[in-house]
Design a protein around this ligand. Structure first.
Ligand code: 4AD
Ligand code: MG
Length: 428
């Protein structure tokens, strides 16, 4: 049986396989704590009632040895999971000598070098469960709203975001291919076919920054909606983020507790979110003692300051055109700006979403592609979408690791993915 299913087996004799976390003994009675990924189990060994061999095996158990234990499941409110096992049998399946991660403190470098083993620890298991729940909530949200999942290519022939952080690879006789920085451009084509679509996949950015918010490989979920303008897009974002956070609060209470996450700030994540224009955001930052020159993007530190002054997420809209990607629609009311927005998470987490209404005018888009000196021939197909029945459309991308780090209350994105890829980390 799996530990998580034991409450259904109270009163029965069961066998459970798992890994040893701790053992202790008073001489007459032994305690063994096991984990199997579905939960934690305390097993009790009354020495006098056990065959000598079982007690001997118990005494030799070490951290992370794999075992099969057999015993009677008893309800016990004090035990983790509410069930305790009184052992009658114990079999060592795989010994574990000198497990490198002990209950003492280890430095982060050491832990990441041992990420394959560190993943077994309580905190890491809790984070992975929250991540799993968040992703399922994202997929359910779109499914319930009639979005169609479209898987976009990871090997691409056109730059999606900025030329500065592309991973390149040789591609047969066709020259260079780039690892996808976004699925967006392909998704726009799919939106004209299916109306409401989303993609969900790994994205790659050769980020040379070693910040707590950047990975070189991260997961992004991107919806794209025909006939949505920028306002509709922002409403979709606040519904989406609120749904995901609410679901984790509902179903991952135990894990958030394990992570000692104060959930009060998460309970406040409900629509509507705050909205502030880029220009007003700069004024607000000025008041907080940080000055950003109009026209520059808002950097990580300033985002943190800004987000800290709101008690729930804030949507910052209409950034300067020159600070943002070529595909964003020019703001007719102020052509120096675009119809875009970022969503900043509170508690200093900063940008979790970047989104925009897309430029749907063929000639304006072509002019932007030229201005940015992007290779025009690579965007022929993308421009076609504006030639054959152009349409108002909008979408956004939410970074999974940043969102999970925020929900879990962890300062760094690297713990929000099982095997993080960073500039200086490719193993394990
Ligand atoms: O703001 P970004 O660059 O937007 C896009 O890629 C658009 N094409 C999305 C769209 O409109 N369909 O990235 C979106 C989000 C960011 O807000 C952030 O959460 C995450 O992706 N992100 C990263 N996460 C971890 N490491 C990195 N290096 C990231 N770069 C972006
Ligand atoms: Mg962005």
């Amino acid at each position: 049986m799996r530990i998580g299913d034991l409450p259904k087996a109270v009163g029965q004799s069961v066998t459970v396989r798992g890994w040893v976390m701790t053992t202790r003994s008073s001489g007459k009675i032994g305690f063994l704590v096991l984990r199997d990924g579905t939960g934690y189990l305390q097993a009790v060994l009354p020495k006098a009632e056990l065959p000598e061999s079982v007690w001997e095996s118990f005494k030799q158990l070490t951290q992370e040895a794999s075992v099969a234990v057999t015993g009677a499941a008893r309800a016990d409110a004090r035990a983790p999971g509410g069930v305790e096992l009184t052992l009658t049998g114990l079999e060592l399946l795989g010994p574990s000598l000198d497990f490198p991660i002990t209950p003492k403190e280890h430095g982060t470098t050491f832990l990441f070098e041992h990420r394959h083993l560190w993943l077994r620890s309580r905190r890491q298991v809790a984070v992975m469960r929250v991540r799993h729940e968040a992703i399922q909530a994202m997929r359910d949200f779109f499914y319930q709203r009639g979005f169609v999942l479209v898987d976009t290519p990871l090997l691409t022939g056109a730059i999606g975001e900025s030329a500065g952080n592309l991973f390149e690879t040789d591609y047969f006789d066709l020259g260079k291919a780039y690892l996808a920085q976004t699925g967006q451009l392909y998704l726009e084509a799919a939106a004209a076919a299916l109306g409401k679509v989303y993609c969900f996949g790994p994205t790659f950015r050769a980020e040379k920054s070693k910040t707590r918010r950047h990975l070189t490989e991260f997961w992004m979920v991107e919806p794209e909606v025909a006939w949505y303008d920028s306002q509709d897009n922002m409403r979709l974002q606040e519904d989406f983020v609120s749904h995901v956070v609410g679901r984790c609060l509902d179903r991952r209470k135990e894990d958030l507790k394990e992570l000692e996450r104060d959930t009060a700030p998460l309970e406040r994540v409900t629509p509507p979110f705050h909205r502030i224009s880029y220009t007003d955001a700069l004024k607000k930052l000025e008041g907080l003692g940080a000055s950003v020159e109009w026209g520059k993007d808002i950097g990580g530190d300033e985002e943190t300051m800004l987000a800290n002054s709101f008690e729930k997420p804030v949507l910052v809209y209409n950034y300067p055109k020159k600070a943002k990607a070529f595909y964003m629609k020019e703001n007719p009311a102020d052509p120096r700006t675009v119809l875009n927005n970022d969503c900043l998470a509170p508690e200093g987490y900063g940008e979790i979403i970047g989104g925009s209404q897309r430029e749907d005018d063929h000639d304006r888009l072509l002019a932007r592609i030229r201005q940015e000196r992007l290779p025009e021939d690579a965007y022929g197909w993308y421009l076609d979408l504006r030639k054959y029945g152009t349409f108002v459309h909008s979408g956004f991308g939410l970074g999974v690791e940043r969102t999970v780090a925020w929900i879990c209350g962890m300062p760094h994105v690297r713990e929000a993915i099982a095997f993080p890829r960073q500039m200086h980390r490719l193993r394990p």
